[in-house]
Design a protein around this ligand. Structure first.
Ligand SMILES: [Zn+2]
Ligand SMILES: [Zn+2]
Length: 345
């Protein structure tokens, strides 16, 4: 690409700040022209490195391998675990591996990955810029996890934060309480002679549930799509204990993990007596629970809940916070608490 062309694309990116994506009134006096821009995705300026952009970029940071954050970039910047998962999902992408806490320099930007606590290998991105420091959380969660490295927040001038559960109805019970709830209900189902069938996201949640169960003496059988990812976890150094692929029949005393959509409308092939579990933060939502009221709903989430989101902003203590995902009302919640907060489309 010629220098002239590059300048034009940067200017276009700057223009995005003044287009309807973020109106001047929405930007307010403290806007950060020249630091980052949105253009159907987020870009660091002036280099235009993509940040979790879902279409191919020359250079793109990938916070984790959920497909709403990844693309087959010319050069993908990510942690080692994410690199393995991205390659599994998207083929042979060229990656530059980032180690947590160690800055690398790319296109003139010092970039540091910090643990995000969302899934194993998930990362936030910190950069020092002449306009100020910027922390991008990607999907994140505070506190302990059976499989994800605990999130490490740091102070930054500007914070771009995922706010999926940015409504007070999403105040989740503590991880200890939820883990107990899961173990107790699964154990009870086994005692009743049923096969506990747990539906969970293939990447991340399935492995965390597996680890929770196996480290409490409950072996796990996995749907092939889950098993493939679990093997990558193992190869990347996250041991999941006693798990095997599900081979068409349940084994007494074992739990089964399947993707969120049922394998067959009738339930699990080969199993007569099934008790179904949904393990998701959306279990806090009555409407969701009512969609399958006979099933067990366990509110174990890999996203920060409402209180954790507020706590994250306090800890980072930014001049401005930009919210992505989640309800727009969360911006008001932050403003009420005295923060300079805006919605970032
Ligand atoms: Zn995610
Ligand atoms: Zn996401």
């Amino acid at each position: 690409m010629s220098g002239r062309k590059a300048t034009t694309s940067t200017e276009n990116a700057h223009q995005k700040w003044l287009t309807p994506e973020l109106s001047p009134s929405e930007i307010g006096p403290g806007h950060v022209s020249g630091l980052f821009a949105t253009d159907r995705g987020l870009f660091l300026l002036p280099s235009r490195i993509g940040i979790d952009v879902t279409r191919r970029q020359a250079i793109g940071f990938i916070s984790h391998a959920h497909m709403d954050h990844a693309a087959s970039h010319g050069l993908a910047l990510c942690t080692e675990a994410t690199a393995k998962m991205v390659k599994h999902r998207l083929g042979n992408v060229t990656t530059r591996v980032m180690r947590f806490g160690q800055a690398i320099e790319v296109a003139g930007h010092p970039l540091t990955a910090l643990p995000a606590g969302h899934i194993f290998g998930s990362a936030m991105l910190l950069t020092e810029h002449e306009k100020g420091s910027l922390l991008y959380t990607g999907d994140f969660r505070l506190g302990t996890s059976a499989t994800a490295e605990p999130a490490e927040l740091c102070q930054a001038d500007y914070l771009i934060m995922e706010c999926t559960f940015g409504h007070p109805k999403y105040r989740l019970p503590s991880r200890e309480v939820v883990t107990e709830m899961l173990l107790e209900k699964v154990t009870q189902a086994i005692r009743r002679g049923a096969t506990p069938v747990i539906s969970a996201y293939v990447l991340g949640k399935s492995q965390e549930v597996t680890k929770i169960l196996t480290s409490n003496g409950i072996p796990v059988l996995q749907h092939p799509a889950v098993y493939e990812i679990s093997q990558i976890y193992q190869a990347a150094g996250c041991d999941l204990g006693d798990f095997r692929p599900y081979e068409g029949r349940p084994i007494a005393g074992c739990a089964v993990i399947i993707p969120p959509r049922p394998i067959t409308p009738g339930g699990l092939p080969g199993a007569l007596h099934v008790e179904k579990f949904h393990v998701t933060g959306w279990a806090m939502d009555e409407k969701r629970r009512n969609s399958a009221p006979k099933d067990h709903w366990i509110p174990l989430s890999d996203h920060a809940d409402f209180d954790q989101l507020l706590s994250a902003v306090e800890q980072v203590s930014p001049k401005s916070v930009f919210c992505t995902h989640g309800p727009k009302s969360f911006v008001e919640e932050l403003r009420k608490r005295g923060h300079d907060a805006r919605w970032l489309k």
